[in-house]
Design a binder for this molecule. Structure first.
Ligand code: SF4
Ligand code: SF4
Length: 298
């Protein structure tokens, strides 16, 4: 595949695997988690994001838009009719205040590698490498595999950050090309999983089982959502699932609201989850410990 849609390449990341890493964010995801902190990652297509607080009301975008999709509102801020918008990016190109941007652009493997290679020395010195994240990176299919191969050819450590929802053979190919798999476990009950993410968990758990049975290096990650997956019954079910594979350590990503401005920028409703008060989070983490799972907050 010639190109994939990338919406961010974050250099010097310290959270997406060991050492200093470059994280490549691929656009497109089969899930639509209600708490997603990167809502711009879900749709594979490039998308217009508008940040009203940055808008000065200059009107440059209005005349630039070939779809006549933009008007000025009563507060002198530009407003976009998303039914008419085709994400062409003409408005973003003329906006002097960066109040508009297109999230996602087609990049070739060579273009991505030119960015990734800039930090090669840091990978060597810190034990880091490259992490592929999304969205869901495996949704980019061959393009992801080509990127992984290019990184492998350079000797880089490769992390796959995945929700695990991918056709079995395709998933195993991506897993086999990874040095470490960061695997999200969202809920052990398929009906609740479907309610909050849009899909059941059967394929996800089957893929997880497959890679654990093959003894791939896997780190379990739990995006912890108040009242959704922090219940005693869910944590017990997770611990029971992991125990036969000798997994007793999990990473916790507590609910946060860092992505809320992005929902506004995409014209989407805000997620309803509210972050944990500190004391409550402590109590939830004790639930994991009681079930034999040691936690690390990431
Ligand atoms: S992205 Fe293109 S179509 Fe959409 S509002 Fe901007 S100029 Fe108009
Ligand atoms: S070009 Fe930018 S600053 Fe000017 S009206 Fe449009 S969004 Fe606002």
């Amino acid at each position: 595949m010639d190109t994939g849609i990338i919406y961010n390449i974050q250099r010097m990341s310290g959270q997406d695997g060991p050492g200093l890493r470059t994280t490549v964010f691929l656009k497109g995801c089969p899930l639509s988690c209600q708490w997603c902190s990167n809502p711009e990652s879900q749709d594979r297509r490039p998308q217009l994001m508008v940040f009203p607080k940055l808008c000065s009301g200059c009107g440059a975008c209005i005349s630039a838009c070939p779809q006549q999709a933009i008007v000025m509102d009563g507060d002198h801020r530009s407003r976009t009719d998303r039914q008419k918008c085709v994400s062409c990016g003409a408005c973003a190109a003329v906006c002097p205040h960066k109040a508009r941007e297109i999230s996602g652009r087609a990049m070739t493997v060579a273009e991505v590698m030119r960015v990734v290679e800039k930090d090669e020395l840091f990978y060597q010195n810190s034990g880091g490498g490259v992490t592929f994240c999304g969205g869901e990176p495996t949704a980019s299919g061959e393009f992801l595999l080509e990127l992984m191969q290019a990184c492998h050819n350079r000797g880089y450590h490769i992390c796959l950050d995945t929700c695990g929802h991918c056709e079995q053979n395709a998933f195993l190919k991506a897993a086999a090309a990874s040095d470490l798999i960061l695997f999200d476990c969202k809920h052990m009950d398929t009906a609740i999983h479907k309610q909050f993410t849009g899909v059941g968990n059967e394929l996800i758990l089957s893929n997880l089982k497959n890679i654990l049975e093959r003894h791939y290096a896997v780190r379990i990650r739990i995006p912890l959502m108040p009242g959704v997956n922090d219940t005693e019954s869910n944590i017990t079910a997770l611990a029971e699932f992991l125990k036969p594979y000798g997994i007793f350590d999990v990473d916790i990503l507590p609910c946060h609201t860092f992505g809320s401005s992005k929902y506004e920028a995409l014209g989407l409703n805000q997620p309803s989850q509210v972050p944990y008060p500190k004391e409550e989070l402590k109590l939830i983490l004790q639930r994991f410990e009681r079930n034999g799972l040691h936690t690390a907050i990431v």
